[in-house]
Design a protein around this ligand. Structure first.
Ligand code: SAM
Length: 283
């Protein structure tokens, strides 16, 4: 079945009484060149199990299953279950789990589904939960090699920005703490049905499992990052006061790493951010 053909999509949808849900971010890929590329960049190959988030009618799921040993996909929309039984009927290496990705135990799923396999995540993510999904995947310390996802172009630019520049945000620091992110290619809005009113891009995060901070230091680091970027135009001295940190401590922390007392969080690179958080962490 050609799952990028508009007439096939319309046909399978009407046969199953399915219509698009805007609130679930349902924009399905209709360009046949895109999913094979995501699969290939995303480690879909022999020896790998792929965890997919959000199947739609299965257009990416199918390309993943053609290349990897196994695909386990989590899809929240119950109405897509009969659709997927039809569109993916020819595959015996795909399992669909009808759940909300934010509510299931991915550790358990990975342990049960991918025994003896290396694991990677691939998805065309729904826009409304891009950052929460990416951070949840990273913070859970899952045994995964990479996360290759399509996201809104602006989110891709922010995630892949250089830390210490105005384009970076809390998500940039979060992603770069756990790995390194690269933008792979852009995808314009006309490649989806229905067409969204934004463009997209595919990024890959290669996970680094050697953490640089221990659990306690990590907790404080992310508290500092959230507080700093939630008031990014303020000086760190002011934005960190919401954490109850004494201004004098921030002044001296900044001075000790050779920075101006008036520095804003967006001016610090990764090493400086970690250095400052280690100096300020009294917990
Ligand atoms: N992979 C398909 C494609 O590329 O055409 C569909 C991608 S569509 C942008 C996002 C998919 O994620 C939809 O099928 C939607 O129902 C599903 N979804 C939305 N929120 C979800 C959640 N919290 N957990 C799991 N799936 C979700």
């Amino acid at each position: 079945m050609n799952l990028t053909s508009i007439s096939t999509i319309k046909d399978v949808m009407s046969r199953n009484g399915f219509n698009f849900s805007k609130s679930l971010g349902q924009n399905f890929i209709i360009n046949p060149d895109i999913c094979p590329k995501i699969a290939e960049y995303g480690n879909a190959q022999k020896g790998f199990g792929i965890l997919e988030i959000g199947t739609g009618i299965g257009v990416l799921t199918k390309e993943l299953a053609l290349r990897a040993d196994k695909v386990t996909a989590i899809e929240i929309d119950k109405r897509l279950m009969p659709v997927l039984s039809e569109t993916l009927a020819e595959f015996d290496n795909i399992k669909i789990i009808n759940e909300d990705v934010m509510k299931c135990s991915l550790h358990d799923i990975i342990n049960e589904e991918f025994k003896g396999l290396k694991v990677a995540v691939c998805a065309n993510l729904p826009y409304y939960i891009t950052s929460p999904v990416i951070m949840m995947l990273l913070e859970n310390n899952l045994p995964i090699k990479s996360i290759t996802v399509m996201v809104q172009k602006e989110a891709a630019d922010r995630i892949c920005a250089e830390i210490g520049t105005r384009n970076a945000g809390a998500i940039t620091v979060g992603v770069n703490y756990y790995g390194n992110a690269e933008k792979l290619f852009g995808v314009s809005r006309g490649n989806f049905m229905p067409s969204p009113n934004v463009d997209s891009a595919v990024i890959r995060i290669n996970i680094n499992h050697d953490r640089r901070l221990d659990e306690n230091q990590e907790k404080f680091f992310f508290k500092m990052i959230k507080a700093g970027f939630s008031q990014r135009r303020k000086t760190l001295v002011n934005s960190l006061s919401q954490l109850g940190i004494d201004k004098q401590e921030v002044y001296s922390g900044l001075r000790n790493i050779g920075l101006s007392e008036n520095s804003r969080i967006e001016q610090l690179n990764m090493e400086q951010l970690m250095d400052l958080s280690l100096r300020l962490n009294k917990s």
